[in-house]
Ligand binder design. Structure first.
Ligand code: TNX
Length: 515
C-alpha cells in the first residue's frame, strides 16, 4: 500500500496534458468505434499493470504488454504487484486488463479499451480478445516521450473509448518455407510483426517440389533427402518437430493459429524423391531446384501411399493444436481428374480421422468434399462459388489482389507477375465481402495473403514483399468497409514508420506513401 500511496502522490500533481484526439491516431486496423475525450493518460515510471488472475492467460497478456512497453519506452512496469485489484482502491496511473461479462462483448475477439486520465481499462470476454486490445493500446504509445510535463518522462496516450471487433474470424498470411527455407527465428519475427496488426492465422506451406520442411519421425528420409534442397540450389533445411512446436507456441502466445500445409497430390517431387514408391508419374526422379509447377504427382491408387499419409498426418496433427490441416491440392496437372478426386476424398477422411478440419486450394471442390472442409480461393471464381453452393466455407486469397509475391510494379526487385503487379493502393482497395460476385458473405471465413518464395532467398527480401502490403490485408480482414478509406489509411500507414524501423523491417518504401 505504501508503494501505491507514494505513486499516488506523484500522480496527484495536476498535469496539464496537451489536447489529444484519439480519433486521429494511426491505428491499423481501424477500430469499429472511437470516441475521443481529448484528455490523456501519462504512461510513465509509476504506471502499473493489473490483470484478471482467474485465468492465467490474462496475466500472460499483461506480461506481453509489459515486455512490449519496455521495448518501446524502456519503462519496466510491474504486473499484478499486489493483491486483487478489486479488493482495494485502484491506484492511480494503472492499466487494467479484465475479463468482461458484458454480453455485447461476447464475440471471441471483441474488446473495449477505455483510456482516462488516471487509468486504462481493457475489457474483453477472452484472453485472445484482451490481446487484440493490447495491440491497440501499444499502437497508441507515441514514439517520443514528453519530458516537460512532470519531472519524469511521460508517453502521452490520447484518452477516449474504443469498442472494437473483427469483421472476419480468419485473418491470415501464408509463408512458403518450401521454395526457400526460413529459420525458426525468422518465422518468429514475422509472427511478432503480424500480431501487432491483429492477424490471427499463419499458414506454413511446408512441402513442395523443391523441399520437405517438417520432420516426420516414421519417415525420416523426407527431411534427410527431401529437406536438403531449395530453389536456386541453396542448402534448404527443415523444422524438427520440436522446432515446429516452438513456432506453434510462439504463435499461440500471440493468439495466432498455425496451419500446416502438406501440398499434394501434386507439388510432391521432394517427397517422392525421398520415398520413390510415392511417385505416380513413372518419370525418373531427381531433385528439383527450379520454379516450374505441375509436373509431380503421388500415386493415388496405392494403399501404401495412404498408409504413408496416415503417418504423416497423424504426426502433424499431434503437434498442431489448431483445428486445421491444409492438404494443398493445387496444380495437380499430371494427376488424372478421377484420381485427383479419389485422392482428395481419401485424404479428407484421414485428416478428419485425426481430429482436424481439412483446408485445400480451390481445386479441391472438384472432389466430393464434406461441408466441414474449407476451400481457399486463389485463382478460379467458379470454384469459390461451387464451394459455397456445396455449403463449404471459403478463404479469400485472390491472386490478383492478395498475393504477397506479386511485384509492386515493373521496378520491383523481387516477385512474380503472373497475376499482375499489385501496388500498395491496389492491394488495399477492394472489398473481400463482395469481391467474388455472387459469393454469399456467410460463406466467407476470412482472408489470407500468401507469400510464395520462388524469388526471394532471405528474410529481408521476404519482408520487402510482405511489408507494407500485409498491413493493409490485416485492415481488410478486421475493419468494416465503412471504416476503410485509402486516403485515411495511407496517412495511418505512413505513421507505421517508427514501428517498422524500430523492428528492423526491410519494408518497401512505396512512393505512394509519405513516409
Ligand atoms: C501458384 S497459388 C501456386 C504456387 C506458386 C504461386 C506463385 C497456388 C495454390 N499455387 O505453387 O508458388 O502460384 O505465385
Amino acid at each position: 500500500l505504501l508503494v501505491f500511496c507514494s505513486s499516488c502522490e506523484k500522480q496527484k500533481e495536476k498535469i496539464n496534458f496537451p489536447k489529444t484526439d484519439l480519433g486521429q491516431s494511426a491505428l491499423i486496423p481501424k477500430p469499429l468505434n472511437i470516441q475521443a475525450s481529448y484528455n490523456a493518460f501519462g504512461l510513465g515510471k509509476n504506471t502499473v499493470i493489473y490483470t484478471d488472475k482467474q485465468d492465467t492467460l490474462y496475466s500472460k497478456v499483461g506480461q506481453f504488454l509489459s515486455k512490449k512497453i519496455q521495448f518501446r519506452t524502456t519503462l519496466s512496469l510491474p504486473l499484478n504487484a499486489s493483491t486483487e485489484p478489486e479488493n482495494q482502491d485502484a491506484p492511480e496511473n494503472s492499466i487494467f486488463i479484465l475479463e468482461s461479462k458484458n454480453t455485447a462483448l461476447s464475440a471471441s475477439e471483441s474488446y473495449e479499451l477505455e483510456i482516462k486520465q488516471d487509468s486504462i481499462l481493457i475489457q474483453a470476454p477472452t484472453p485472445e480478445a484482451a490481446f487484440r486490445g493490447v495491440q491497440t493500446l501499444l499502437q497508441l504509445i507515441p514514439e517520443k516521450s514528453n519530458d516537460t510535463l512532470t519531472n519524469s518522462s511521460l508517453w502521452v496516450i490520447p484518452a477516449g473509448k474504443i469498442t472494437d471487433r473483427p469483421t472476419f474470424g480468419y485473418r491470415g498470411t501464408m509463408l512458403d518455407v518450401a521454395r526457400h527455407f526460413f529459420t525458426v527465428e525468422e518465422v518468429k519475427k514475422y509472427i511478432d510483426l503480424i500480431a501487432y496488426y491483429k492477424l490471427n492465422v499463419l499458414h506454413l506451406h511446408l512441402t513442395d517440389d523443391q523441399g520437405w520442411r517438417i520432420e516426420v519421425k516414421s519417415w525420416p528420409k523426407l527431411t534427410e533427402i527431401g529437406g536438403k534442397t531449395e530453389v536456386g540450389g541453396e542448402a534448404g533445411g527443415f523444422y524438427t518437430q520440436s522446432d515446429y512446436q516452438e513456432i506453434v507456441e510462439y504463435a499461440a502466445e500471440r493468439f495466432i493459429t498455425i496451419i500446416p500445409e502438406i501440398d499434394m497430390p501434386g507439388h510432391t517431387n521432394a517427397a517422392s524423391l525421398s520415398y520413390p514408391f510415392l511417385d505416380g508419374t513413372g518419370k525418373p526422379l531427381k531433385s528439383y531446384t527450379g520454379t516450374r509447377v505441375g509436373f509431380s504427382s503421388f500415386n493415388t491408387r496405392k494403399d501404401t501411399v495412404y498408409s504413408f499419409l496416415d503417418d504423416v498426418i497423424r504426426e502433424l496433427a499431434a503437434i498442431t493444436p489448431g483445428p486445421y490441416i491444409h492438404i494443398g491440392g493445387d496444380e495437380s496437372f499430371v494427376t488424372k481428374k478421377k484420381d485427383y478426386k479419389y485422392f482428395v476424398e481419401r485424404v479428407e477422411g484421414i485428416v478428419q480421422k485425426h481430429g482436424k478440419n481439412m483446408i485445400g486450394w480451390d481445386e479441391i471442390v472438384e472432389a466430393d468434399i464434406s461441408p466441414k472442409t474449407i476451400a481457399q480461393h486463389w485463382r478460379t471464381e467458379e470454384n469459390a462459388l461451387k464451394a459455397a453452393e456445396k455449403g463449404n466455407k471459403v478463404i479469400l486469397s485472390p491472386a490478383k489482389k492478395a498475393y504477397l509475391d506479386m511485384k509492386y510494379d515493373s521496378l520491383s526487385k523481387h516477385g512474380l507477375d503472373w497475376a499482375g503487379h499489385i501496388t500498395v493502393d491496389s492491394a488495399y482497395i477492394w472489398n473481400p465481402s463482395t469481391f467474388v460476385k455472387d459469393l454469399p458473405t456467410e460463406s466467407i471465413l476470412g482472408i489470407e495473403a500468401p507469400l510464395w518464395s520462388e524469388t526471394i532467398s532471405n528474410s529481408s527480401e521476404m519482408e520487402y514483399l510482405a511489408f507494407p502490403r500485409v498491413i493493409g490485408y490485416a485492415e481488410l480482414g478486421w475493419s468494416t468497409p465503412e471504416n476503410r478509406n485509402w486516403e485515411d489509411y495511407k496517412t495511418r500507414l505512413a505513421r507505421q514508420l517508427h514501428f517498422l524501423e524500430k523492428n528492423n523491417v526491410n519494408f518497401y518504401r512505396s512512393p505512394l506513401i509519405e513516409w
